[in-house]
Design a protein. Structure first.
Length: 102
């Protein structure tokens, strides 16, 4: 399973509340429609003065599936919506190794 973590900083002039409303109410439905998406988690950073305002986690079967999703019309819409509403977006591709306490 391939996982992308995306760090987002709200647009200049936007409040933390405005970012949260856009991200969870308007952007999330777009992202959920990405083809091949297996799981999606949106983490809202609670501290209003943090460098990042949100951290999303997206799971796909492979990096190729992730790239195909963002190359699709839905993916282009998702990416354009993000870039229009954030100051910064950082993508991290990770190899998730879950550790469960026994």
């Amino acid at each position: 399973m391939f996982k992308a973590i995306i760090l987002l900083s709200r647009a200049e002039g936007a409040t933390h509340g405005e970012f949260r409303e856009w991200w969870l109410e308007r952007h999330a439905p777009l992202a959920r429609a990405l083809p091949g998406l297996r799981r999606l988690v949106f983490n809202v950073v609670e501290a209003e003065d943090a460098h990042y305002d949100g951290v999303s986690e997206l799971w796909f079967d492979s990096q190729e599936e992730f790239e195909a999703a963002y190359a699709s019309e839905v993916g282009k819409t998702v990416a354009a919506d993000s870039l229009a509403n954030v100051r910064a977006r950082v993508r991290l591709f990770v190899d998730e190794r879950e550790q469960v306490r026994a």
